[in-house]
Design a protein around this ligand. Structure first.
Ligand code: GLU
Length: 477
């Protein structure tokens, strides 16, 4: 059975790259009818940030990514926190030492530095010199009390080939690897060692992770083989780059799932967008839910060239979700962004339904809904110049007067009234529509005016027309 894992280090919040890795693992597991495991790689205590395991879990769940096994979900392969697996890492290090596949190294940092400098002076790559490789067992025993690390005896010649599902065969010259450290002086494992034991113990069949780990893979293969473990399949996902092809960073906008949520990106859209960072559906469809994608997801369709992050496209997708989702769901999603009372005023769902047509984010939606519940205090400056000029006071007052008599308050009847009044005043209908929109909403753009006014209702409409007229007359705009 396919078993895959997402193995974050709890060093912050869930970032877009990590979320994409988790998503692809999840989709692959779903497609293959396998299991998706969450493993927390918390061995490097110094880099850990309090609460980040929970934050990551929250982030994953908010995107609809759920795990079958993890720290909070036992599946018989636990523990799922790397720090709780130390006895396994130590037992395996003991085994490699006993089999002479690894050795104790007593070199001090100064010694290492000196050796490296010497190699460099000879024009050789600065790697570990191998100074402790040949120590006899007696020597090692005699120095047992000294500070030491464990190094793996890496092959000194030949090639190692990584069979990567996405990239094909990637060949590494073994001479680029030195006898790397697998256990630190406190006899805790480094990432490259722990990850192999954990992947094996958890029955991982496919390792799907970011491309930055490709250079680690040969070292991990050495260890799999040294321990007599079956080597899993590998799939390294392409990097995610900014539009200028630089590394994605804060200056390109949000990079963590939490930040996107705070910006009001619809989370379903974010999950959908992540999907397209390196994968495409066979029929080229771009809007598809995680469930739909799971049916079509194969690693063969993952590209090996970098994926380019595009905030505009993400916002477009957020808009597409906003207009396609059931209005009740959008209403619930926009609630946390609303900072004004909606207790009085038009029906909330209707306001959401009408306003969502023009919003890309939930933040924008909340802003655009505001005037339905509170009269505008200010009016868009460019609208004032255009629509509140000569004759506006008279037109606004005529409208207020006429609308206060309006019998049927609905779209068609309102349209008829505007037509009639424009004829009587000898002005174009637009010359009534634009000032009305500005007076009631403070904005120059928005939903169709008659839908808007119908929903806003007679009292608020008439009051706001009068108020705008008064303000213009008083010069207080
Ligand atoms: N903890 C590692 C990371 O966060 C996991 C890498 C892997 O998937 O092997 O990058």
């Amino acid at each position: 059975m396919v078993r895959v894992r997402y193995a974050p280090s709890p060093t912050g919040t869930l970032h877009i790259g990590g979320a994409r890795t988790a998503l692809f693992n999840y989709l692959f597991a779903r497609h293959e009818g396998g299991r998706f495991i969450l493993r927390v790689e918390d061995t490097d205590q110094s880099r850990q940030i309090e609460g980040s395991e929970e934050a990551m879990m929250r982030g994953l769940r908010s995107l609809g990514i759920v795990w079958d096994e993890g720290p909070d979900q036992d599946g018989g392969y636990g523990p799922y926190r790397q720090s709780e697996r130390l006895h396994r890492h130590q037992a395996m290090a003991d085994q490699l030492l006993a089999e002479h596949k690894a050795y104790r190294c007593f070199c001090t940092p100064e010694q290492l530095e000196q050796d490296r400098a010497q190699l460099q002076a000879q024009g050789l790559p600065p790697r570990y010199s191998g100074r402790c490789r040949g120590l006899s067992e007696d020597e090692v025993r005699a120095r047992a009390g000294e500070r030491s690390v464990v190094r793996f005896k890496a092959p000194v010649e030949g090639d190692t080939v990584v069979h990567d599902i996405i990239r094909g065969q990637v060949r590494f010259d073994n001479r680029v690897f030195d006898d790397f450290v697998i256990m630190k002086p406190d006899y805790t494992p480094v990432y490259n060692f722990a990850v192999v034991i954990d992947d094996h113990d958890m029955g991982i069949t496919h390792v799907i992770r970011g491309e930055e780990h490709l250079p680690n893979t040969p070292k991990q293969i050495f260890i799999f083989e040294a321990l007599g473990f079956e080597v899993p399949a590998f799939a390294h996902l392409p990097m995610i780059l900014a539009p200028d092809r630089s590394k994605l960073s804060k200056r390109h906008g949000a990079t963590s799932v939490e930040e996107y949520r705070d910006q009001g990106i619809v989370l379903g859209a974010l999950a959908n967008y992540l999907l397209l960072l390196g994968w495409s559906s066979p029929d080229g469809r771009e809007i598809l839910t995680i469930d739909e994608a799971a049916q079509e997801f194969t690693l063969e369709r993952v590209q090996h060239t970098a994926a380019i992050y595009d905030q505009k496209k993400l916002e477009w997708m957020s808009h597409e979700y906003m207009i396609a989702l059931p209005v009740e769901q959008v209403a619930e999603a926009v609630r946390p962004f609303i900072r004004y009372s909606t207790d009085h005023g038009p029906d909330f769902l209707s306001v959401v339904g009408l306003s969502r047509e023009r919003a890309f984010t939930l933040v924008q939606l909340a802003e655009q809904m505001h005037f339905f519940y509170e009269a505008p205090e200010t009016y868009e400056a460019k609208g004032v110049a255009k629509h509140f000029g000569a004759g506006a006071v008279e037109r606004l007052e005529a409208l207020a007067e006429r609308l206060s008599q309006q019998a049927d308050w609905n779209h068609d009847a309102l349209l008829a009234t505007y037509d009639q009044l424009s004829e009587e005043l000898g002005v174009k209908r637009a010359e009534l529509i634009h000032p009305t929109r500005l007076a009631v909403s403070g904005r120059t753009v928005g939903p169709g005016l008659f839908e808007l006014v119908e929903l806003l209702g007679p009292t608020a409409t008439v009051d706001r027309l009068r108020q705008a007229a008064d303000r213009i007359r008083a010069g207080s705009i």
